[in-house]
Design a protein around this ligand. Sequence first.
Ligand SMILES: N=CN[C@@H](CCC(=O)O)C(=O)O
Length: 344
Amino acid sequence: MDNLIRFKQSDLAKITNFRNGEIKFGEKMLIVPKDENVFEFIKNCEAQFVILGIPEDVGVRANLGRAGAESAWKSAIASIANIQHNKFCKGNSILVLGQVDTSQEIEAAALLDENNPEDRKKLFKIVEQIDKEVSHIIFHIVKAGKTPIIIGGGHNNAYGNIKGTALAKGKPINAINFDPHSDFRILEGRHSGNGFSYAYDEGFLKNYFIFGLHESYSSKNVLDNLKSLKDRVKYNTYDEIKIRSQKSFSQELFQALEFIKQEAFGIEIDLDAIPGIASSAMTLSGFSVEELRQFIHYFGNHKNAAYLHICEGAPSLGEDKNNHLIGKLIGYLVTDFIKAYSTN
Ligand SMILES: N=CN[C@@H](CCC(=O)O)C(=O)O
């Protein structure tokens, strides 16, 4: 895997705060040893979960959003390394594979202005390059029988996750997306707002459920398109569930699972659904952290859950004094998924 920067034992040691009498995830999580073949090691190691970081925000910029999602990976892995290894969750169930090497793409994108139409087209092309790298790595993880946990990055990476998983399974997969936005925008060139529409158009995505759309941030055009595809794309809105109480959260979890559970499915989490989380489309209205954790438990508990993707968190857009909080939240979500999966 040329475009992978492997995590090393010394990287883990640097971010783990050792304490006498305690065992942290950083002391137990696996890494691919220096001289080992990556694919072989993934296949044969004891860990079921493979953590991959995608530190980029080119997709968000190409969608005319606010950059910053590049910073979530570093914060997340530092928090994960300091989770306690205990009877509730074991560090050695995780292989920290490392991060997609996005340095060239970020460097090329830095020279471009997303508000200039010609530059924006170049950003679309750079996102396509990231797509190739993401789908390639995800393909190999899933093919090895393991479960990727992907920490982005922009939501553009849903495309690579879905494509890589579908190719490994040899058929299209389903997806559930916890997101105020459909990310089903027009096929104008790749960015963070059309990962699912491209995956659908290219035949990698079969059934798609969007959980908790914000009515005020879904365009008529997108809603019309979703309506025309209603046999394969379904959604509920945050407003229906939490504001007007027309639908119940737990009943909607059930309905969504019924729609996707027949095939392998990806669990996509956009952190801009949670109030107060620094992100490109940061909001003060949305589901609570506990509802998100219940959501991950509910879907992660099903045997067809194929991967977890947590994206769009942008610690660098947050307050300086508490910029570790997004990483800490991601740590909770990762362990919720592992615990749910392990009891399915
Ligand atoms: N992945 C996020 N997609 C949202 C982002 C909105 C924003 O950055 O402001 C969307 O395209 O609607």
